[in-house]
Design a protein around this ligand. Structure first.
Ligand code: IPE
Ligand code: IPE
Ligand code: MG
Length: 254
């Protein structure tokens, strides 16, 4: 066996913890990365330090997905409601995203990660938009893990946008209202090319969706942990996957 065969075939399954069933892993994990501010406050540090630490957590989670053969990871980085935070925090976050994207691009390339962004990207600072376009273009052929970053994303906005697109098609006579079904609707969402999440993780204990992937998580298994996002490590993800594998997904059937 050559080294490259070893890398692509054997490595992911070897790394999977023995108590997880490789046949029943989620194909797509979505995560609401919450609790950065509380993590910092507990340490008497500025909130932004929590955000910086949160980036390290995301990098490790992405490595886990790569190692364990989970193909899709979608993370909530900035909601349409997060503009309501103090200006300095918003500015810090958007600058952090740009810097991290620049610094991590080589690693994303090396690790065969495809990165994608969903949300109202045109409203983001120009520098960040440029960095996003470059990262998306350079990684679009990668197949190992697909990382989707929800930035200036709101589930309701996404649904309204899909309605507008369909209404325009009807107006042009390309579609009749009766032809609109779930498949056609989902095709108008940002996420049209990825499967729906199987598992939604929210850290820091809040039992709410905060406008994340409202359509797509109709049948996702929900996992809420008290662990704050910067503390969510490989062991925490392992626990979430064990919980997922203990669920009985019925999809309305018996
Ligand atoms: C999540 O952590 C990060 C973003 C929303 C960008 P928070 O900043 O919401 O942290 P808490 O909830 O205040 O602890
Ligand atoms: C959700 O967290 C948004 C992100 C993680 C980006 P928030 O901290 O903004 O959610 P709420 O305000 O507690 O609902
Ligand atoms: Mg929060």
């Amino acid at each position: 066996m050559t080294n490259s065969q070893r890398g692509t075939v054997t490595q992911p399954l070897l790394a999977l913890p023995g108590d997880l069933d490789p046949q029943r892993l989620p194909q797509h994990v979505a995560v609401i990365m919450d609790g950065n501010g509380r993590w910092a406050r507990q340490r008497h540090l500025p909130r932004v330090v929590g955000h910086q630490q949160g980036v390290e957590t995301l990098k490790e989670l992405l490595r886990c997905c790569r190692d364990w053969g989970i193909a899709h990871l979608t993370c909530y980085a900035f909601s349409t409601e997060n503009w309501g935070r103090p200006g300095l925090e918003v500015e810090f976050l958007l600058t952090l995203f740009e810097r991290v994207l620049r610094q991590e691009l080589q690693d994303l390339m090396r690790e065969q990660v495809r990165i994608e962004f969903v949300g109202q990207l045109h409203a983001l600072p120009q520098g960040l938009q440029t960095q996003i376009s470059e990262a998306v273009a350079l990684t679009r052929h990668h197949q190992r893990v697909w990382l989707t970053v929800a930035t200036n994303y709101g589930g309701r906005q996404e649904i309204v946008r899909a309605c507008q697109a369909l209404a325009q098609q009807v107006q042009k006579g390309e579609l009749t209202p009766e032809e609109i079904d779930e498949t056609r609707f989902a095709q108008q969402l940002y996420t049209s090319s990825s499967p729906d999440p199987d598992l939604l993780i929210r850290t820091s204990g809040e039992m709410r969706l905060s406008n994340f992937l409202l359509w797509q998580i109709a049948y996702a298994e929900l996992y809420v942990t008290e662990t704050l996002w910067p503390d969510f490590d490989r062991g925490s993800f392992h626990q979430a996957l064990i919980a997922f594998q203990q669920r009985h997904r019925r999809f309305g059937r018996l």
